[in-house]
Write a protein that binds this ligand. Structure first.
Ligand SMILES: *Cc1c(COP(=O)(O)O)cnc(C)c1O
Length: 401
């Protein structure tokens, strides 16, 4: 087979797989038989609009869709964002980038983390931009033999990845590398969520040394590529910065990282994700009976329990066991009793006599006047929303409403 024929065949296969993927996204009821995630595209759209209003006009959103778009489904979310005009995406790994391209996502896709040198051909094939994680890495990229699209990461104090901001000559040197197409330069703030005075000082210093570096580049007649600094909290607490991109993750999904976080701007962001399951079994136990592994729950009264077919293998933290976590059934709170198992858990519905078989139980989201937010669940389990959402399992159906 000729190379052209092979190429056409590949494109055709990709196209067909895209069509098949789209048609399997019906919201038919049978996909809500066990445990599922509902993604509100309406709220997603609202959040994009709201966030775009906060940032300066020339600043575009780079939607961060790593870790399957924080559990929301990267392909679906990115296609939706593409349709609403978002043209830049951030992922963590080369494979995440490839999946998006194969599904037809257009625009800039930046890999925010390290990519192994053995994968550089895929960067070109799938038109992915790579973050330069340090100077030596840039040397390796430059010696690959073909031009690569990159964004330079500058370390201004987080000390994770990036070229130290103090090594200005090395940064200048990178702009003379023949085979690096430098499309962006960026840094990452590590305490931009904090309202403590010393953290604000630290952040201001990160911003200052970064702009000093850009100033130095300009003095050396180096054209400045796209500049980006802020992630969600950077935008919410330092909205005035002059950047070409804002790398927005958690805020796009309509939630704060930590429960009770205060920010300078308080835009009306709406939660995009709900986590739901169904009551599949109801049972009565007697006062003194124990429940689940370890017999940690002893009924203080004759009780009515509901079995929910969701467990820690679905990403629900096991630390929500033993009345630490709760669900909403019939608009009312029911505590999780006993230990959460891998695939199922029990809740106490003694005080919700109207709760019936087949009814929906909400683990994250709204039911009537009551709501359980992702930030609350994360906080009860000793974590942050970003971790909770990104670990929601692949066994859960994602339904787009
Ligand atoms: C994950 C990530 C973001 C997004 O952070 P949020 O707090 O979710 O907005 C931005 N920039 C980089 C480099 C990241 O790794």
């Amino acid at each position: 087979m000729s190379r052209t024929a092979a190429k056409i065949l590949r494109k055709l296969t990709e196209f067909l797989s895209r069509i098949i993927n789209t048609s399997s996204t019906s919201t038919s009821e049978y996909r809500r038989d066990r445990a599922w995630i509902e993604v509100s595209t309406e709220n997603l759209k609202h959040n994009i609009k709201t966030l775009n209003k906060i940032t300066p006009e020339f600043c575009d959103m780079m939607a961060i869709v790593k870790a399957d778009a924080y559990g929301h489904g990267a392909v679906k979310v990115s296609s939706f964002l593409n349709k609403t005009g978002v043209r830049a995406f951030g992922v963590a790994t080369v494979d995440e980038g490839i999946v998006l391209r194969k599904q037809g996502i257009r625009g800039e896709i930046l890999i925010l983390g390290y990519t192994d040198i053995t994968r550089l051909d895929q960067l070109i094939k799938y038109r992915l931009a790579q973050t330069v994680v340090d100077y030596e890495y840039a040397v390796k990229l430059n010696s690959y033999g073909k031009p690569l699209k990159v964004h330079l990461k500058i370390d201004t104090g987080m000390h994770r990845i990036g070229i130290p901001v103090t090594e200005a000559e090395k940064v200048c040197e990178l702009f003379r590398f023949k085979r690096l197409t430098i499309c962006g330069i960026f840094t990452h703030l590590c305490v931009s969520d904090s309202t403590k005075e010393e953290d604000i000082q630290f952040t201001r210093n990160q911003i200052r040394v970064f702009y000093d570096l850009l100033h130095m580049l300009k003095q050396n007649t180096i054209p400045i590529p796209k500049v980006h600094i802020q992630s969600s909290y950077g935008v919410l607490n330092y909205p005035e910065l002059n950047c070409n991109y804002a790398r927005i993750g958690i805020a796009l999904y309509g939630t704060y990282t930590s429960f009770g976080d205060r920010t300078k701007l308080k835009p009306d962001l709406r939660p995009v994700l709900s986590l739901k399951t169904r009551v599949v079994l109801i049972r009565e136990i007697e006062k003194g009976d124990s429940v689940s592994y370890g017999r940690t729950f002893l009924a203080k009264r004759n009780s009515r329990l509901a079995l929910l077919p969701i467990g820690y293998a679905d990403g629900l933290p096991r630390s929500l066991s033993c009345e630490t976590g709760k669900v909403l059934i019939h608009g009312q709170y029911a505590p999780i009793v006993g230990r959460i198992c891998m695939d199922q858990l029990l809740v106490d519905i003694t005080d919700i006599p109207e709760a019936a078989l087949g009814e929906i139980a909400t683990l994250i989201g709204r039911d009537g006047v009551n709501e359980i937010t992702a930030a609350e669940v994360a906080s009860s389990s000793g974590s942050i929303t970003n971790e909770l959402l990104s670990r929601l399992g692949s066994r859960l159906e994602r339904i787009y409403v």
